[in-house]
Design a protein around this ligand. Structure first.
Ligand SMILES: *Cc1c(COP(=O)(O)O)cnc(C)c1O
Length: 389
């Protein structure tokens, strides 16, 4: 074997979604094209000032310069529990049912290491945030992909999962409001997931990264509001999207004490927790004035309206989403996801993400992230109209 031949787990990885896009983007930019990047879901808005101030103060305090507690400061976990009570009317025991994470991506990626043995099956939506599949692969597990289709409102069809697959699966990942489809789920769907998980002895992992990025007065439920959910699952949250804190690396998991304990055991052997100053900033985010969240939603809602209407008037088809900063747009007739993505980049300088990059059932769509200012979105619409697809 070659010295630096990669391990199986790396060689088996699907190609990195943005690698090819990044290469093409650099090529087009080198030609002097003014690029409008609607590709990556990274907020363009700054972290609210009161959170930055809390961080500044905490950084100055030497007691925060030491190793943090592995599972998170009590104060942070209490702030999470109080936020859950206030926002969802869900009671969680801070020290047993809450865990701090170095971003929710970290917790999602590590979760299968705690509960999935080599060869075990995990139910993973497709298209989806890639980490559910990759975390499963890294644990030696196998993903059984559940297609998210328009005709089912982009919810997985649990009835369509073969009985032997369901009964041998260790876990199911779900994510609503959804990335990349921007679909939302009603509590009735979560009830079906709880019943399914109980019937088959499966752990439910609900990724709720976009629960606060919502429009038109929509307030999605927590999965944990459902009767019996605490017995079967965990919910992952992120401060990244809610408070424009993607770079800070802080999130949390709430849910079943055994699930939290298992994930905590993996983490305590791999990382040493979240920098306390960042947790102090997180406490300020969760306990402080939530006006900043409402302001952020208002900004994205305006962008959503501008872009949805612009796309429709340019001849595209899409649903106006109730949540997330994504638009899931149907590819015009005669194109594939890759084909339209390439044409938008080369002829209009617009970076979007091909739907099939999130999984094969995403073919026929592309995703647009509303992470540019309104004037840039208007410029993007102008260019789309000029393309005459
Ligand atoms: C952005 C995102 C996350 C991760 O966020 P962190 O920054 O790691 O907390 C998790 N899930 C989905 C679906 C996301 O889009």
């Amino acid at each position: 074997m070659e010295r630096f031949e990669k391990a199986e787990r790396l060689r088996r990885l699907p190609p990195y979604l943005f690698k090819e896009i990044d290469r093409k983007k650099a090529e087009v930019r080198a030609r002097g094209v003014d690029i409008i990047d609607l590709g990556v879901g990274d907020p363009d808005l700054p972290t609210p000032g009161h959170i930055v101030e809390a961080m500044k103060k905490a950084v100055e305090d030497p007691s925060n310069h030491r190793y943090p507690s592995y599972s998170g400061m009590e104060g942070f976990r209490e702030a999470v529990a109080d936020w859950y009570q206030e926002r969802f009317n869900v009671t969680a025991e801070p020290l047993k049912e809450v865990l701090s994470l170095i971003g929710s991506k970290e917790g999602i990626a590590h979760f299968p290491l705690a509960f999935v043995n080599p060869g075990d099956t995990v139910l993973v939506p497709s298209p989806a945030y890639p980490v559910y599949n990759i975390g499963t692969l890294f644990a030696g597990g196998r993903s059984f992909f559940m297609p998210l289709l328009a005709e089912n409102g982009f919810l997985p069809d649990l009835e369509a999962i073969p009985h032997d697959v369901a009964s041998s699966a260790r876990a199911i990942f779900i994510n609503y409001p959804n990335n990349p489809t921007a679909a939302t789920a009603e509590p009735e769907f979560f009830e079906r997931v709880v019943a399914f998980a109980k019937k088959h002895g499966i752990i439910v992992c609900h990724d709720a990264a976009y629960s606060e990025m919502t429009f038109d007065g929509f307030h999605p439920s927590s999965f944990l509001e459902i009767k019996g959910a605490m017995e079967v699952g965990v919910e992952f949250h992120s401060l990244s999207k809610t408070y424009n804190m993607t770079g800070w690396r802080i999130g949390f998991a709430v849910g079943n004490a055994s699930a939290i304990e298992g994930l905590g055991a993996v983490k305590s052997n791999i990382d040493s927790g979240v920098f306390q100053a960042v947790q102090m900033a997180g406490i300020e985010a969760l306990r402080g004035d939530q006006g900043c969240v409402a302001e952020m939603c208002a900004i994205y809602q305006r962008r959503r309206d501008v872009m949805t209407e612009g796309l429709i008037s340019a001849g595209f088809k899409l649903e106006k989403p109730k949540a997330t900063f994504y638009l899931w747009v149907k590819v015009p007739a005669g194109y594939t996801s890759a084909g339209i993505t390439a044409r938008l980049l080369e002829e209009a300088g617009l970076v979007v993400t091909p739907g099939n990059g999130f999984g094969e059932p995403g073919e026929g769509y592309f995703r647009m992230a509303l992470t540019q200012k309104e004037d840039r979105l208007k410029e993007a619409i102008k260019r789309l109209k000029a393309l005459s697809l």
